[in-house]
Design a protein around this ligand. Structure first.
Ligand code: ZN
Length: 383
């Protein structure tokens, strides 16, 4: 715990133009393994002497929290990237402990994006408080789906529906291919290895390095694959149990990530009594640490058939038809947002919106809004 961390873990620029890959570790200060993994990867990259395309930048997240070994000091650094709020308020030096961290990360990423010569890829390295096989979290764009499709890990869609202001959602909105990678339990030895193995797969997939130039590539793949086995599928988040401060939420012991649960099963306790499962599914990211406001999620598998249908509908631009439905209209200011009058449009399940990539849901009285990502199928143009 006594070591110090620097913002830039490493930078590696190839002779050839190509993508900009940015990785960040330790956005949560109690999750340093992503940084250890990047240190190993940069060391190997420097001795590899292979043709490299584009640039790879490794960043450390919450430096102060990393040095103290806690998730955050004043505010969760991965919950303040709400696009509308990225203004002077959070960048003021007299603000919260996370302000300077936020401003520095923001400036580095902005600069890199401005100078890009190709696709931008962002990977956010995390670990979980419970035991877990490694998995990916993505915002539901076709570009994200295609990018992670070959990785031998479970993929979870729709987390941004549930969280306010994670960094990866913000960068997704700016046009990055972006996803989170959860490598395993915070202090597990294997988490660093999983993070490093994933970085090699990302550099290969992005086109920075040819597969045959990474001598340990197949080994990296199979090391991860051995931990995920039957879980190499796509899941979506169906339910979130938020933790209210002062409610004394305690997860029942023994739940591991992806474990199957039944409706009405007692999962946790709080001041009001037992917290029961509202539906069948799998438990996801149960909270076994004092800090954090997501108690647990429930996820369900999405069948390959529906993923295929969704890809076809989107490539045909079928989302443009949705405002023709009764009770559904386009938002006047935000072109990628739909406004539903739930009294009229109550017969359309959220499934139809999910299929078309509308996952971010906000309820305002009897009105509900759904938003989709701007850069679903095509990246933004180069500067
Ligand atoms: Zn985390």
């Amino acid at each position: 715990m006594e070591r110090r961390f620097t913002r830039i873990v490493g930078k590696f620029k190839g002779k050839h133009p190509g993508p900009t890959v940015i990785a960040i570790g330790g956005l949560h200060g109690n999750e340093p393994t992503g940084i250890y993994a990047m240190e190993r990867a940069f060391e190997k990259l420097n001795s590899l002497q292979a043709d490299f395309h584009g640039e790879f930048i490794g960043l450390a997240g919450n430096l102060k929290a990393l040095e103290m070994g806690c998730r955050y000091l004043d505010q969760d650094l991965n919950r303040i990237w709400n696009r509308n709020e990225i203004t002077n308020e959070l960048i003021k030096p007299d603000g919260i402990a996370e302000s300077s961290e936020f401003a520095e990360i923001w400036q580095i990423i902005r600069q890199a994006a401005k100078k890009r010569k190709g696709e931008m890829v962002f990977i956010d390295l995390h670990t979980t408080s419970s035991e877990s096989p490694p998995f990916c979290l993505i915002g539901d764009t076709m570009r994200n789906r295609r990018f992670v499709a070959d990785f031998p890990v479970p993929v979870i869609l729709g987390l941004e529906e549930q969280l306010e202001g994670p960094l990866l959602s913000y960068l997704n909105e700016l046009g990055f291919i972006s996803f989170g990678f959860e490598a395993g339990q915070h202090s597990a030895e294997i988490s660093t290895t999983n993070h490093e193995n994933m970085l090699w797969m990302v550099l290969e997939k992005a086109g920075c390095l040819k597969r045959e130039k990474i001598p340990w590539f197949e080994n990296a793949r199979s090391e991860i694959s051995a931990q995920t086995q039957k879980l190499q599928k796509v899941f979506e988040i169906r339910y979130r149990h938020g933790v209210v401060e002062g409610n004394n939420f305690i997860m029942n012991p023994g739940y591991s990530n992806f474990q199957k649960i039944r409706k009405d099963e007692e999962l946790a306790w709080n001041r009001m009594g037992a917290v029961k499962a509202k539906l069948n599914g799998r438990i996801f990211m149960p909270l076994y640490q004092p800090q954090g406001d997501d108690g647990f999620f429930v996820i369900k598998r999405i069948a390959g058939f529906w993923l295929g249908i969704s890809a076809i509908l989107r490539s045909l631009g079928m989302w443009r038809m949705l405002p023709l439905l009764p009770g559904v209209r386009k938002d006047k200011i935000h072109p990628n947002t739909l406004v539903l009058n739930t009294r009229i449009a109550r017969f359309f399940g959220r499934e139809i919106f999910h299929l078309m990539g509308y996952r971010k849901r906000r309820a305002l009285g009897q009105m509900v809004t759904y938003s989709r990502r701007t850069y679903d199928i095509h990246p933004p143009e180069l500067p």
